[in-house]
Design a protein around this ligand. Structure first.
Ligand code: FES
Ligand SMILES: [Fe+2]
Length: 436
């Protein structure tokens, strides 16, 4: 069957893959990914880890926060990124602009701001008292006249590329980023335009922990649903799986050059517990309930499924934005070392206006906590066995295609090879995984 050219959401023409069914329903659409096993050493190789630092994390746009963290002039937060070997100071200026700087004094290198967040009129280095404005300019130098050939204007804090997408603050430590943030996010970013991230950021709960596992092993646990029927049989035994879809086969898949999205099946026949039923009466929270498709941008749940629960969106390399109706959640996976990762998950809801909505959200928070505790359970046990070297490769199946894609992108980037532009194609109804 020949492919036809169809514009993708980047505006360029890409071949439209024909719909497929069967064992290679997803992988068969993306032949550049192959079907071979995954090498085990990508999780333990210190050499690969250093290549990932130089060719990925020091080159791409990385999410460091949301604009609600810096609503007013002078609001700031500090974000240390071990993988980029720097600390980033993000601050809203008097002109309203959000800027980022290497958090480093121009005099002799001291970290300028030691607080994690707050509000300031300026930033004063503790070492010799140099003072920087909110715009990074050097404003005051004690005993300035004893420096040589000295111009204050030459010694501001070093800026870091900073831009905002849908309220998410991204930075790029490359002094000359190859792409703008909009170009980097491409069709993935465009597909989520219109989702009410700001409205749903009125109430959030966040969990963060250091996991003794490689960042890709941690990330992979959140970009496949093959594990749901087993690992989550206690927390959500009949929500994301059911007789119609016992293995949580995904409903739809969208691959971009670096990023990827999957629409997840939710059991429309779910019989909630009495406590969950009360929560359902006051809004949505993670589990499947009747939802209003009119509350979603057309590109969320694009195949318009009834048995839909959320879209999983993987923004390369380490940021997930998983959107549902009424709430969304994020994961960030920050490498510290080849076998250490900071994992942060945050769940976002609108500001509650009634006690019922507050109950609904608390129920959602506790359920989400229980689910991600189950997810976190296997990570260190996995890494401990990876170190044994007993296995050199792992088979991964069709439904784990986002795992395969993620490792493909890493491998291409660390070796300086170009990325394929995947064809965009949606699942067709009645293909065995779901109802139309
Ligand atoms: S190192 Fe900051 S003022 Fe000297
Ligand atoms: Fe999970």
């Amino acid at each position: 069957m020949s492919a036809t050219a169809t514009p993708n959401t980047n505006g360029s023409a890409t071949p439209q893959a024909p719909p497929r069914t069967g064992r290679d329903k997803w992988t068969g659409r993306y032949p550049h990914l192959g079907t071979g096993p995954l090498s085990a050493d990508v999780f333990t190789s210190k050499e690969q880890f250093e290549l990932e630092r130089e060719h990925i994390f020091k080159k791409v746009w990385l999410n460091v926060g949301r604009i609600e963290q810096v609503p007013n002039a002078g609001d700031f937060f500090v974000f240390d990124i071990a993988m980029c070997e720097t600390s980033i100071l993000v601050v809203r200026g008097a002109d309203g602009a959000v800027r980022a700087f290497h958090n480093m004094c121009s005099h002799r290198g001291n970290k300028v701001c030691w607080d994690q967040s707050g509000n300031r009129n300026n930033f004063t280095c503790k070492f010799h008292g140099w003072v920087y404005g909110l715009d990074g300019d050097l404003r005051h130098v004690p005993d300035e006249e004893h420096f040589f050939d000295f111009q204050r204007s030459d010694h501001g804090m070093t800026p870091v590329a900073c831009d905002i997408w849908e309220g998410f603050i991204f930075i790029n430590v490359d002094p000359e980023p190859a792409e703008t943030l909009a170009e980097y996010l491409g069709g993935m970013g465009e597909s989520l335009t219109g989702y009410p991230f700001g409205e749903f950021s009125g109430a959030c709960a966040s969990w963060s922990t250091e996991v003794r596992a490689n960042w890709k092993a941690v990330k992979d646990a959140f970009q496949e649903t093959y594990h749901v029927a087993f690992l989550h049989k206690t927390s959500i035994p009949d929500s994301f799986t059911g007789p119609a879809n016992p293995h949580q086969h995904i409903l739809d898949l969208r691959l971009y050059p670096r990023h990827g999205s999957a629409s997840l099946w939710g059991n429309a026949e779910l019989q909630p517990s009495p406590a969950a039923a009360i929560a359902f009466r006051h809004g949505s929270f993670l589990l499947r309930k009747d939802f209003d498709a009119g509350n979603l941008p057309p590109s969320v749940n694009p195949t318009d499924e009834r048995d839909w629960v959320l879209d999983l969106n993987v923004i390369f390399p380490c940021f997930f934005v998983d959107v549902s109706e009424g709430s969304y959640f994020t994961h960030n996976f920050w490498p510290l070392d080849v076998d250490r990762t900071i994992w942060t998950s945050t769940q976002y809801f609108p500001k509650p206006e009634t006690a019922g909505q507050r109950y609904n959200q608390e129920y959602g928070h506790v359920l989400f906590r229980d689910i991600i505790l189950e997810d976190g359970n296997t990570l260190e046990q996995t890494q401990s066995m990876l170190r044994s070297g007993a296995k050199t490769e792992f088979p991964i199946q069709d439904e784990e295609i986002l795992v395969r894609h993620g490792h493909y992108v890493v491998d291409q980037m660390i070796h300086g090879r170009p990325l394929a532009t995947p064809a965009l194609a949606h699942a067709t109804n009645g293909n065995g995984a779901h109802r139309g």
